[in-house]
Design a binder for this molecule. Structure first.
Ligand code: HEM
Length: 408
């Protein structure tokens, strides 16, 4: 096992500016690191991260979310296991796939995307992050839940603070206090809505949660509030980063952008490669239940393990030329990229595999199609190079583009 001193610290500014060289050093010469500041073991190789996520031998738990997420959301499905997890996950899963997604929610996705594009389609310029990506997914979730979209600025502020809490690796007290405040503000906002909705059930996802019975018992208001808080944060921040990153990657590779513009059936390939190359979530933690043997050494029982998705997705043992963005690569399977059989790790794997993966795909496909129609000659603003930011979640914070408005 290696010590953290051999590679740039994951809390350093050097790492935040560009983690990819550090990921390479970790994979090649320090695949298991004890990191004192986060009191966790860091793993970076594809085979190790995949093994932890799949957890076939039942050696890992998600007890880390007791301190990582519960203080801001309350208890959520991320912390559950076994039948309890399966039953609760099944309450929302149908909304995010199949006929519910296609028939009920696709029109919601299309409308929300169009409304945002309408605000800039005639101007010839936009910031795809601030004008579009940070608003679109959270508006979709708010609509799916039947919440008032006029409250969008609040949802945005809340999910940003929740994600900051989740990624507060350095234990910044201000970030912790903001997270705590968000929990109270969200409860004050949501609990009266939940009580009203119980009496006026509709077709929305919040009504489904209000009506649902788990073993003959209705979920408590507090449980429903926690679920909504998770959906807004998990579905907002991640897809926001994904949309910004797919555009940044394509704008930086104009030949691939041209190919996608001509043949829209390539969008899922471009999205899958974006999830591999620049995943929105760079790290996910687990707790070891037993001693575990990994490629870089042995992890004791009862410790936190930090799984570096961003490093594993660029493992040269798994992907040829891993630091190259190539939507045509043959070692990434697009058909399974949005299911638990995915061979990239951006949605994790195993029982907590992202329940919103197909919703994210529908949002990205709709968004890309509508944006490319509205901005056929889209290009980066002159002199601008996209810059990724963030350590836990990561993506461009701004993406100014120029285009010739489409007549009519
Ligand atoms: C590109 C976009 C997305 C990415 C990269 C992403 C990433 C992830 C990851 C890595 C996990 C696993 C967490 C863990 O195992 O500890 C996860 C779980 C989850 N995601 Fe996503 N997500 C995305 C979109 C969404 C959307 C749109 C929703 C829907 C609202 C959503 C809802 C959830 C939920 C509820 C879980 C917990 C599942 C469980 O515990 O069984 N995600 N996501």
């Amino acid at each position: 096992m290696s010590t953290a001193q051999q590679v740039p610290d994951i809390l350093s500014s050097e790492f935040a500016a560009n983690p990819y060289p550090a990921y390479r050093v970790m994979r090649e010469s320090a695949p298991l690191i004890w990191h004192e500041a986060t009191r966790s073991y860091i793993v970076s190789r594809y085979e190790d991260v995949e093994r932890v996520f799949k957890d076939k031998a039942g050696q890992f738990t998600t007890d880390n979310y007791d301190w990582q997420i519960e203080p801001v959301h309350g208890k959520t499905i991320l912390q559950l296991s076994g039948r309890e997890h399966a039953v609760r996950r099944a309450l929302v899963a149908p909304a995010f796939r199949g006929s519910d997604l296609q028939e009920k929610f696709l029109p919601v996705i299309e409308r929300n995307s169009r409304e945002l594009i309408d605000t800039f389609r005639h101007t010839g310029s936009a910031d795809l992050v601030t004008d579009y990506a940070t608003r679109f997914p959270v508006n979709v979730i708010a609509d799916m839940l039947g919440l008032d979209k006029a409250d969008h600025p609040r949802f945005h502020q809340w999910y940003t603070s929740v994600i900051a809490f989740l990624g507060n690796l350095s234990g910044d007290p201000q970030v912790a206090a903001d997270g705590e405040r968000t929990r109270h503000e969200f409860a004050e906002y949501m609990l009266p809505i939940i009580r009203r909705r119980r009496n006026e059930l509709g077709e929305d996802l919040l009504s489904t949660l209000c009506a649902a019975e788990v073993d003959g018992v209705r979920m408590s208001d507090e449980d429903i509030k926690a679920f909504c808080s998770l959906l807004l944060a998990a579905g907002g921040e991640t897809t926001d980063k994904a949309i910004a990153s797919i555009f940044a990657n394509l704008l930086m590779h104009p030949d691939q952008l041209a190919a996608v513009r001509e043949d829209r059936s390539l969008i899922p390939r471009a999205f899958a490669e974006t999830l591999r190359y620049t995943p929105p979530v760079h790290m996910i933690m687990r707790q070891s239940a037993t001693e575990v043997e990994l490629s870089g050494g042995t992890i004791p029982a009862g410790v936190t393990v930090t799984c570096l998705i961003g490093a594993a997705n660029r493992d040269g043992e798994r992907y040829a030329d891993p630091d190259r963005f190539d939507l045509f690569r043959e070692d990434l399977t697009t058909t399974t990229a949005f299911s638990a059989a995915a061979d990239h790790l951006a949605f994790a794997l195993g029982r907590h595999f992202c329940v919103g993966a197909l919703l994210a795909k529908a949002e990205v496909e709709t968004g890309m199609n509508q944006l490319l129609d509205a901005m056929p000659d889209v290009r980066l603003a002159e002199g601008f190079d996209p810059v990724e930011q963030g350590v836990f979640t990561r993506g461009p914070q701004t993406l100014p583009v120029r285009f010739t408005p489409v007549a009519g």
